[in-house]
Design a protein around this ligand. Structure first.
Ligand code: ADP
Ligand code: ADP
Length: 228
């Protein structure tokens, strides 16, 4: 589902590369953790998948997309195939819970009847029944992240990228959020989650991709967090 071949990313000719000759794959349906210290290249990897940046050399594939060769007019299709969740939730503060999710459908031109049917389904799926009309500032952190996940999956993306989704949450809420991501994964969506949370990684025993200094130093199909 995701494949990197000899990917090097150097932001400036003078600086050390953010990713160095990186090659690995994540299969369809996998749940993979991306671990490694700050500055090791995790966000750069996400940006290459989204074609927000172009690798200096090498090839990036996501599903049917040869990302680094993709024409500009096909980039929206790529991005529609990828759901994103962030540490800081990034909700639209002036929209309700339901409106935040509906907006993801409206911007790609889904008819109103679809929006009205799908939004309640996905909110129930992430455990937000009864909260449709709340504003983001009336929610707990865990609830905000549930909204963000609902918004990210409502278009049924091939891949869900989660960049430290539990970074602002207490341990108990973090577990609940990972549980939602696990359910999304078990429904067939490939999930890649960057995290510093050793308890989550050790509890899940899924693929661990460990980055250090722009290189892959560990690729373990049922890994633990390790000495990290
Ligand atoms: P992580 O997400 O693991 O913290 P990043 O991918 O953000 O790591 O960073 C990897 C390296 O690339 C770091 O040395 C960082 O300073 C550098 N870097 C990231 N983004 C940029 C940018 N836009 N311009 C220049 N250097 C960058
Ligand atoms: P169904 O099997 O009828 O789709 P579910 O209760 O399993 O019902 O899911 C309810 C809704 O949650 C789905 O219709 C969909 O909107 C959303 N949903 C659940 N899992 C995913 C997923 N992995 N990707 C995208 N949407 C999902």
């Amino acid at each position: 589902m995701i494949k990197l071949e000899n990917v090097t990313m150097q932001y400036k000719a003078s600086s050390r590369p953010a990713l160095k000759d990186l090659s690995f794959e994540v299969d369809k349906g996998e749940f993979a953790f991306l671990i490694g210290p700050s500055g090791s290249g995790k966000s750069t990897f996400f940006r290459l998948l989204l074609k927000e940046d172009r690798p200096t050399s090498g090839d990036v594939y996501l599903g049917e997309f040869h990302v680094n060769k993709l024409r500009a007019r096909d980039v929206p299709k790529l991005r529609q195939s990828i759901g994103c969740v962030f540490q800081d939730f990034r909700l639209l503060q002036k929209k309700t819970v339901a409106e935040n999710v509906a907006f993801a459908l409206e911007v790609i031109g889904r008819p109103r009847s679809t929006v009205q049917r799908v939004v309640p389904e996905v909110l129930e799926y992430v455990g937000l029944e009864g909260k449709h009309d709340r504003m983001p500032n009336e929610l707990s952190g865990g609830e905000m992240q549930r909204v963000a996940i609902a918004r990210a999956i409502v278009n049924r993306p091939l891949v869900l990228l989660a960049d430290e989704p539990t970074g602002n949450l207490d341990p108990e809420t973090s577990e609940e959020i990972v549980d939602v991501l696990d359910r999304v994964n078990r429904r067939g969506t490939t999930v890649v989650m960057a995290t510093h949370d050793r308890h989550i990684v050790d509890a899940m025993r899924r693929r661990v991709l460990e980055f250090d200094n722009g290189q892959l130093v560990r690729n373990d199909p049922q890994g633990v967090y390790g000495i990290g």
